[in-house]
Design a protein. Structure first.
Length: 465
C-alpha cells in the first residue's frame, strides 16, 4: 500500500503566518492554516512563534507530516544571549531607524566595496545596518548578543527544540540579505559583521545546503533549511530564465533567478542568493499592497470597489507617488507620499484609485528596468502576492511594466516554495520535486510610456522630502 508522504511549508511574513500541508509527491494542498501578526516594525519573536503555533493548529497540526520548512520575511535582526534568549525585540526589514547607520557603513567602506564584497549596499533594511544601529544606540544589548540570526533561522530553530546556539542554521538565500554573507563566494564575511557590530563577534548560524536536513521536530518531521520569503516564492513558482517574479505584498519585490551574482554599487539591485544554489538579484520597495489598502481606506471602499473605480477612470494626469513609509528603492527613507496634478476634471475617487495602482506599478517598472539594464533577461512577469488579487492591478500591469504579465491563480507561493523545499529534503534527490504549476492567466497590453514619464518627473520632486 502506498503511504502518502506529507510536507508542510510555512510563510512567516510581515502581516501573517501561513502553513500549507501538501502531498510530497504531487504537491497538492491537503490542508492549511493561518494566524495574524501584529502591526509594527519592532516585534518580539515570541509573537511569531505563537502565531506559528496557532497557524499549525489551524492547519490540523503537523503530527502526520514528514518534513517541514520555513520561509520568512528577510533581514530581521534577532539577537540571542548565551542562553539563547532574545536580547531585544527584532527590528524588521521595514524599520527605517537604521538608515543613517547604513549610510555610515557605506561611508566607511565605500558602496562599490560593499557591492563587490557581499552584493548589497547596506540600506536601512539590511541586517548589518540594524546591527550598527544596535551597537551605537543600545551597546549593552549589543554586548549581550552572543548570536545573531534571522526570522526564518529562529523559527526553524524553535521547531527543532532550540537546543543551544550551535544548532542554529540558515541557508544561502536568507544569509545573502544580511550584508555579511557573499552569495557569489558562498561564504560569510565575518569582517563585515565585526564592522557592523563595532568589533563584537557574535556567533552566526551555519549555512546549510539547499536541501539539507537541519533538524527534527518534536513529532519527528525532518526540518529543511528554510529560506527568505523571496527565495521561497521563486522556488514555489519554479521561476526560469526570462521570468521576473513581481510580488506585491507588504513589500514590492522584483526578482529573477540567474547564474551570475549581482554587484550593484547604486544599491538598487540587491545581489541575493536563491534557494537552489543559484542567484536571485532583487529590487525591493517598501510600499506595495498597503498603498492600495491606504487608498481604499481613504476612499472608504473595499478592495473590489477600489479596483472597479480604478478601471472606470482613464489616466488623466493625476500621479500618486507611493512613499507612504519612506522608501527603500529609491533610497529615500524619510520621504513621504505625494499626489500631483489635481484638476477639477480628475478630482474623483476613480482617478485617485487609478493613480494609486499606476504609482505602485511605476515603482516596480523601475525595478524591472534595473534588472534589464544589468543584462538580465526580462521576458515576462509572474505576478504574485496579496496585491495581485486586485483586478485593476492585473489589467494595468502589462502596459506599465512593458511585458506580458502571467498571474498564477491566487495562492501562497512563499509557503509553496517552503513546502517544495521540505519535499526536496525528504526525497534527497539532486533537484527539487517537479510539481504541476498552478493554472495562470496572461495579461497583455501595449506599453504606455507616457504614464511612466509623468511619474518619473513627479517622483523626483519628492527627493529627500
Ligand atoms: N483583493 C485585494 N486587492 C488588493 N490588495 C489586497 C487584496 N487582498 C489582499 N490585499 C492586500 O495584500 C496584502 C497582503 O499580501 P501578502 O500576504 O502577500 O503580504 P505579506 O506576505 O505580509 O507581505 P511580505 O511578503 O512583503 O512580507 C495586504 O496588505 C492586503 O490588504
Ligand atoms: O526586505 C525584503 C526583501 O529584501 C522584503 O521582501 C521582506 O523579505 C519582506 O517580505
Amino acid at each position: 500500500m502506498h503511504v502518502l508522504a506529507l510536507v508542510a511549508g510555512i510563510d512567516s511574513s510581515t502581516q501573517s503566518c501561513k502553513v500549507f500541508v501538501r502531498d510530497a509527491d504531487s504537491g497538492e494542498v491537503v490542508r492549511s492554516g493561518r494566524a495574524k501578526h501584529p502591526d509594527g516594525t519592532e516585534i518580539d519573536p515570541a509573537v511569531w512563534k505563537d502565531a506559528l503555533e496557532t497557524a499549525i493548529a489551524d492547519a490540523g497540526g503537523l503530527g502526520d507530516v514528514d518534513a517541514v520548512a520555513v520561509g520568512a520575511q528577510q533581514h530581521g535582526m534577532i539577537c540571542l544571549d548565551e542562553q539563547g534568549s532574545v536580547v531585544r525585540p527584532a527590528l524588521l526589514w521595514n524599520d527605517t531607524r537604521s538608515a543613517s547607520s547604513g549610510r555610515d557603513l557605506v561611508d566607511e567602506l565605500g558602496a562599490q566595496e560593499w557591492a563587490d564584497a557581499v552584493g548589497v549596499v547596506p540600506l536601512a533594511s539590511i541586517t548589518v545596518s540594524k546591527l550598527r544601529w544596535l551597537a551605537d544606540n543600545e551597546p549593552t544589548s549589543a554586548d549581550r548578543a552572543a548570536a545573531v540570526c534571522l526570522p526564518h533561522d529562529w523559527l526553524s530553530w524553535q521547531l527543532g527544540g532550540a537546543s543551544g546556539l550551535d544548532s542554529l542554521a540558515t541557508d544561502r538565500g536568507d544569509a545573502s540579505g544580511t550584508g555579511y554573507f557573499s552569495a557569489g563566494a558562498n561564504a560569510y564575511r565575518r569582517d563585515l559583521l565585526e564592522l557592523g557590530m563595532r568589533g563584537r563577534q557574535p556567533q552566526l548560524p551555519r549555512v546549510a545546503g539547499p536541501s539539507e536536513r537541519i533538524g527534527e521536530t518534536a513529532g519527528g518531521a525532518l526540518i529543511g533549511p528554510g529560506t527568505g520569503d523571496n527565495a521561497a516564492a521563486a522556488l514555489g513558482l519554479a521561476a526560469g530564465v526570462g521570468d521576473v517574479v513581481v510580488s506585491i505584498g507588504t513589500s514590492g519585490v522584483v526578482s529573477a533567478v540567474t547564474d551570475v551574482a549581482a554587484a550593484d554599487p547604486s544599491g538598487i539591485i540587491a545581489g541575493f542568493a536563491d534557494a537552489t544554489g543559484r542567484q536571485l538579484p532583487l529590487v525591493c520597495t517598501l510600499n506595495a499592497a498597503r498603498v492600495l489598502d491606504a487608498t481604499a481606506s481613504l476612499l472608504g471602499v473595499d478592495h473590489a470597489e477600489l479596483s472597479r473605480l480604478a478601471l472606470s477612470s482613464p489616466s488623466e494626469g493625476l500621479v500618486l507617488v507611493p512613499y507612504l513609509e519612506g522608501e527603500r528603492t529609491p533610497n529615500r527613507p524619510d520621504a513621504s507620499g505625494a499626489i500631483h496634478g489635481l484638476r477639477l476634471g480628475n478630482s474623483t475617487p476613480g482617478h485617485l484609485a487609478r493613480a494609486a495602482v499606476e504609482g505602485l506599478l511605476c515603482g516596480l517598472a523601475d525595478g524591472i528596468d534595473a534588472l534589464r539594464n544589468a543584462g538580465i533577461e526580462t521576458r515576462r512577469v509572474l505576478l504574485v502576492g496579496g496585491g495581485a488579487k486586485s483586478e485593476a492591478l492585473r489589467e494595468l500591469a502589462p502596459a506599465i511594466l512593458g511585458v506580458p504579465v502571467v498571474v498564477p491563480e491566487p495562492g501562497e507561493y512563499v509557503a509553496d516554495g517552503a513546502a517544495r523545499q521540505a519535499a526536496w529534503a525528504l526525497a534527497g534527490t539532486p533537484e527539487p520535486p517537479q510539481w504541476a504549476s498552478a493554472p495562470a492567466r496572461t495579461y497583455e497590453a501595449d506599453p504606455t510610456p507616457a504614464i511612466r514619464e509623468r511619474y518619473a518627473e513627479v517622483r523626483d520632486l519628492t527627493e529627500g522630502a
